[in-house]
Write a new protein. Structure first.
Lengths: 119, 119
DNA sequence: TGAATATATGAACAAGTAATCATATATACT
DNA sequence: AGTATATATGATTACTTGTTCATATATTCA
């Protein structure tokens, strides 16, 4: 995994490294964080999430909107469910999905603003 | 890719679908967005980014901090460079990397806040 | 110029993952 | 009970991706 490689010249910018170490975000938090971003990183899932931004939708609605088959949509919903990003309610044969909280919306919006500003 | 599957009963919640369609975020934007999230979705890259939050660091510093070999770090830096998330400056043999703008910091912070609130 | 150092990069491999197909489950209706 | 519908899920496959190894490039210094 690692190798004994320490840049000899100036590299141990030891002070700087120490400073960074001090302000360090705990490793487990970064791991959880990367998992959230991983869920946002697939276009299909992102489309699902964005379609759910203002309303709840059943699986079939999502299939329509995404123009994707039911199995693919259900598999992605399973992932979103597993990470507690969406909640669902059953109504007869149908299952309606919605976003679990507004944080998600915030993250999307800010990332979107970032992206649009870039241009 | 797709299949002719339209839920017959109530599914065409046509009004709802139409509403969602109207507020739709353009497909290309979602694609760019997912690419940004993809960069954040790998733990190594996320660690690099977080280490750069308040300072610039050379490749070797990052190797130290991440406890990872130089090649792995350089490959990830290449991706971050490619997506304009980081900038760099050369100083002799060394290359110092830093974040390109503060949007990145915002996205991380908000996602972090979201995550911490969850508990 | 030659050696050493810091970083970049190509190729290869292993691990992960999204879509698809087939099938299972659950609910409603006759 | 039997059929049809809506959704879930396991298995497979094609594809992507992060790491490693080997090597290339660039810079400094003797």
């Amino acid at each position: 995994m690692q190798e004994e490689f320490i840049c000899q010249e100036n590299c141990p910018h030891l002070a700087k490294i120490h400073e960074v170490e001090v302000n360090k975000i705990p490793r487990e938090e970064l791991q959880s964080l990367s998992e959230i971003f991983k869920l946002f990183s697939d276009e299909t899932r992102l489309r699902i999430i964005c379609n759910l931004l203002n309303t709840e939708l059943c699986v079939c609605d999502l299939c329509e909107l995404l123009n994707l088959n039911q199995s693919a949509v259900s598999h992605q919903l399973q992932l979103l469910r597993g990470s507690k990003l969406v909640k669902y309610r059953k109504e007869g044969k149908q299952v309606f999905y919605s976003l679990k909280d507004e944080h998600i919306e915030n993250i999307i919006k800010i990332a979107l603003a970032h992206m649009r500003e870039e241009k």
